[in-house]
Design a binder for this molecule. Sequence first.
Ligand code: NAD
Length: 505
Amino acid sequence: MNREQPVTSTVGHLIDGKIVSDAARTQPIFNPATGQINGHVALASKATVEQAIASAERAFPEWRNTPPLKRARVMSRLKTLLEENADQIAQLITAEHGKVLNDAQGELQRGIENVEYASYAPELLKGEHSRNAGPGIDSWAEHQALGVTAGITPFNFPAMVPLWMWPMAVACGNTFVLKPSERDPSSALFIAELALQAGLPPGVLNVVNGDKEAVDTLLHDTRVKAVSFVGSTPIAEYIYSEGCKAGKRVQALGGAKNHAVVMPDADVANAVTAMMGAAYGSCGERCMAVPLIVCVGDEVADKMLAGLKTEIAKMKVGPGTDNSNDMGPLVTKPHFEKVKGYVDQGVAEGAELLIDGRGLKVPGHEDGYFLGPCLFDHVKPGMRIYQEEIFGPVLGIVRVKTLDEGMKLINDHEYGNGTCIFTRDGEAARYFTDHIQVGMVGVNVPLPVPVAYHSFGGWKRSLFGDLHAYGPDAVRFYTKRKTITQRWPSAGVREGAMFSFPSSR
Ligand code: NAD
């Protein structure tokens, strides 16, 4: 399969185990490496989304009563199918998102680890039990499924982020309606078809492609009990407030502006190579990407810049289908224009542009959305390139005098998704991890993305809601706790009427 060739079909929806389409409204899907239309995606109407919700509602009673071990076995089979189809999934991701194939494989692998975690469902759902909570009284807590749940996902991890959500939701006994990003919808739909092959009954997972109309239907329909969202902060805030108003449980993960602190005692060579991947990997289109390096002291800033300039000069930018490239194109033309606009803005605001990727041309791919790596020095708080999420290959150096000054910048920033510190000083690292107001923190680890058996989430305006995504928090999010207290009266424990509150006194 050569996915650089245009595909003419329309990507539809998966409802009740069948692929269906909405012919009335469609939108083109572009190949970011060529600027050509790759195909179209159907945009679900309210009525189509309601069909998907109805299908999920019908499937719920039987799925809820399916033993967790049987649900888990579906996840184990899905893991095998995902591994067997990894090359094809990576090609679908690269064709629509643009990221380099190896990086697409990496994203899929992290998604597979969530499926693997979901296959531990029987263990995770065991609950808690107390014998003799009172005389002859046993008490236990169960995690009961919610019903129909929904997920709305962003373009930047089209396979992984859906896999953060629905495998745990369905392993916990819920049914699910997924609304992937309309910019790169094919991999999520393909994976949902694999789930059917793995034995997931029709209706347990439905996929609707679409835009605001589909999202608003999911948000307002009272049959949907919980919504997981990952995307930009303004939309996350909207999803959270609308979903909560409609009485739903909502977790809405938003945008980011992650800072890395480099201390004067850091291993600079290691920090430079770590920052190259963190800033420019996936063209900076990662919510855990690091677009700002806070250097403590001018000496370390100058050393970092020298190292970064050398490494950037070696970078290869080109189509993601060629694994020898380090970076592919940005996702769409409007996004390319937006990121380029931020570089213009940074120059206008007085930051010093040391490396300018705006003129990059990739031979044979002149219409692709390629922007070369950009590097700024003297980025300062208050500049738009400091405050706002750029989501592109634009790295800025911020110079501070002390660790406390750097930490204050991070703590004052509206986002709090990820951060890291590069140092050889254990005391500084411990102080940093203890006091920094950010949800995911690395020590000499640039992208501290929690593994599948921990949970993922930022603080401040990077997450609206209480529970983080996947891992142990997903069990809490996708289940309701029910606590049962039971006694079987017998001659020994039979009591008369009691009017004072029972206690263990
Ligand atoms: P986005 O907010 O534009 O879109 C996300 C989803 O919301 C899509 O499915 C889209 O169809 C839907 N949507 C968009 N506009 C809407 C509207 N007005 N009403 C209702 N629904 C709407 O985000 P994106 O550009 O696809 O993804 C990039 C963003 O996601 C970045 O801000 C990035 O930081 C963030 N992100 C965050 C995390 C995290 O874990 N915190 C992970 C990945 C991406």
